[in-house]
Unconditional design. Structure first.
Length: 133
Protein backbone atom coordinates (compact mmCIF):
# COMPACT_ATOMS: atom_id res chain seq x y z
CA UNK A 1 0.00 0.00 0.00
CA UNK A 2 1.22 3.46 -0.85
CA UNK A 3 0.09 6.85 0.44
CA UNK A 4 -1.01 9.46 -2.04
CA UNK A 5 -2.69 12.84 -2.51
CA UNK A 6 -5.11 13.99 0.23
CA UNK A 7 -4.07 11.15 2.56
CA UNK A 8 -5.33 8.56 0.07
CA UNK A 9 -4.20 4.97 -0.09
CA UNK A 10 -3.48 3.00 -3.26
CA UNK A 11 -2.46 -0.61 -3.73
CA UNK A 12 0.53 -1.79 -5.76
CA UNK A 13 1.98 -5.25 -6.16
CA UNK A 14 5.20 -5.25 -8.15
CA UNK A 15 4.63 -2.96 -11.15
CA UNK A 16 0.83 -3.31 -11.05
CA UNK A 17 -1.57 -0.76 -9.60
CA UNK A 18 -4.86 -2.23 -8.37
CA UNK A 19 -8.37 -0.80 -8.47
CA UNK A 20 -11.86 -1.54 -7.25
CA UNK A 21 -13.90 -2.37 -10.36
CA UNK A 22 -17.31 -0.73 -10.63
CA UNK A 23 -20.15 -2.48 -12.46
CA UNK A 24 -21.03 -0.52 -15.58
CA UNK A 25 -24.22 0.53 -17.33
CA UNK A 26 -23.55 1.87 -20.83
CA UNK A 27 -25.96 4.29 -22.52
CA UNK A 28 -25.59 5.28 -26.15
CA UNK A 29 -26.02 9.05 -26.41
CA UNK A 30 -25.85 9.43 -30.21
CA UNK A 31 -24.40 7.93 -33.35
CA UNK A 32 -21.54 9.73 -35.09
CA UNK A 33 -21.01 8.02 -38.42
CA UNK A 34 -18.91 4.91 -37.83
CA UNK A 35 -18.69 5.61 -34.11
CA UNK A 36 -20.95 6.80 -31.28
CA UNK A 37 -20.91 8.79 -28.05
CA UNK A 38 -21.50 6.73 -24.91
CA UNK A 39 -21.81 7.38 -21.21
CA UNK A 40 -20.80 4.83 -18.62
CA UNK A 41 -22.65 4.90 -15.30
CA UNK A 42 -21.67 3.02 -12.18
CA UNK A 43 -24.07 0.34 -10.92
CA UNK A 44 -22.23 -0.90 -7.84
CA UNK A 45 -20.91 0.60 -4.62
CA UNK A 46 -17.63 2.44 -5.12
CA UNK A 47 -17.18 4.72 -2.09
CA UNK A 48 -14.98 2.51 0.06
CA UNK A 49 -12.09 3.35 2.33
CA UNK A 50 -9.33 0.80 2.83
CA UNK A 51 -8.16 -0.21 6.26
CA UNK A 52 -4.44 0.38 6.60
CA UNK A 53 -2.49 -2.87 6.28
CA UNK A 54 -5.69 -4.57 5.13
CA UNK A 55 -4.45 -6.84 2.35
CA UNK A 56 -6.11 -10.19 2.99
CA UNK A 57 -5.16 -12.42 0.08
CA UNK A 58 -3.55 -12.59 -3.36
CA UNK A 59 -4.82 -14.95 -6.06
CA UNK A 60 -2.92 -15.50 -9.27
CA UNK A 61 -4.82 -16.80 -12.29
CA UNK A 62 -3.73 -18.22 -15.67
CA UNK A 63 -3.03 -15.51 -18.22
CA UNK A 64 -5.47 -15.73 -21.13
CA UNK A 65 -5.32 -14.47 -24.69
CA UNK A 66 -6.09 -10.97 -23.43
CA UNK A 67 -3.88 -10.58 -20.34
CA UNK A 68 -5.97 -7.89 -18.63
CA UNK A 69 -9.45 -8.94 -19.75
CA UNK A 70 -12.20 -7.83 -17.39
CA UNK A 71 -13.56 -11.37 -17.01
CA UNK A 72 -10.17 -12.98 -16.38
CA UNK A 73 -7.68 -10.67 -14.65
CA UNK A 74 -4.26 -12.29 -14.13
CA UNK A 75 -4.24 -11.54 -10.41
CA UNK A 76 -6.80 -10.35 -7.85
CA UNK A 77 -6.34 -9.03 -4.34
CA UNK A 78 -8.75 -8.98 -1.46
CA UNK A 79 -8.64 -6.19 1.09
CA UNK A 80 -10.71 -5.06 4.05
CA UNK A 81 -12.79 -1.97 3.37
CA UNK A 82 -15.67 0.06 4.76
CA UNK A 83 -18.13 2.16 2.78
CA UNK A 84 -17.68 5.88 3.41
CA UNK A 85 -21.01 7.62 4.06
CA UNK A 86 -19.72 11.12 3.32
CA UNK A 87 -17.86 10.29 0.08
CA UNK A 88 -20.45 11.02 -2.56
CA UNK A 89 -20.66 11.48 -6.32
CA UNK A 90 -20.65 15.01 -7.71
CA UNK A 91 -21.78 15.57 -11.30
CA UNK A 92 -21.71 11.83 -11.95
CA UNK A 93 -18.15 11.22 -10.73
CA UNK A 94 -16.54 10.49 -7.37
CA UNK A 95 -16.24 13.65 -5.31
CA UNK A 96 -13.11 14.72 -3.47
CA UNK A 97 -11.90 12.38 -0.76
CA UNK A 98 -13.42 13.46 2.55
CA UNK A 99 -10.92 14.94 5.01
CA UNK A 100 -12.59 12.96 7.80
CA UNK A 101 -14.20 9.84 6.34
CA UNK A 102 -17.37 8.70 8.10
CA UNK A 103 -17.09 4.92 8.35
CA UNK A 104 -18.95 2.40 10.51
CA UNK A 105 -16.18 0.16 11.91
CA UNK A 106 -18.72 -2.62 12.44
CA UNK A 107 -19.32 -2.88 8.68
CA UNK A 108 -15.98 -4.19 7.44
CA UNK A 109 -16.26 -5.92 4.05
CA UNK A 110 -13.82 -7.75 1.82
CA UNK A 111 -13.48 -6.15 -1.59
CA UNK A 112 -11.75 -7.59 -4.63
CA UNK A 113 -9.19 -5.41 -6.39
CA UNK A 114 -8.05 -6.01 -9.97
CA UNK A 115 -5.21 -4.59 -12.04
CA UNK A 116 -5.97 -1.04 -13.20
CA UNK A 117 -6.10 -2.13 -16.87
CA UNK A 118 -8.71 -4.85 -16.20
CA UNK A 119 -11.65 -2.49 -15.75
CA UNK A 120 -13.00 0.69 -17.34
CA UNK A 121 -14.79 2.20 -14.31
CA UNK A 122 -12.71 1.99 -11.17
CA UNK A 123 -11.53 3.56 -7.94
CA UNK A 124 -7.78 3.54 -7.40
CA UNK A 125 -7.19 6.10 -4.61
CA UNK A 126 -9.11 5.31 -1.42
CA UNK A 127 -9.57 7.14 1.88
CA UNK A 128 -7.23 5.59 4.46
CA UNK A 129 -8.93 4.16 7.53
CA UNK A 130 -7.35 2.99 10.75
CA UNK A 131 -8.25 -0.47 12.03
CA UNK A 132 -9.97 -0.23 15.40
CA UNK A 133 -8.45 -2.29 18.21
Amino acid sequence: MISGFDNSLSVMRGPLVFSLPIEEKWNKLRDRGLTADWEALGKSAWNYGLLDSSLVSVKEHPIGDVPFAKATPPVTLQAEAIQIANWIAQDGVAGDLPAQPEADAARVERVTLVPYASTKLRVTAFPKLKKQA
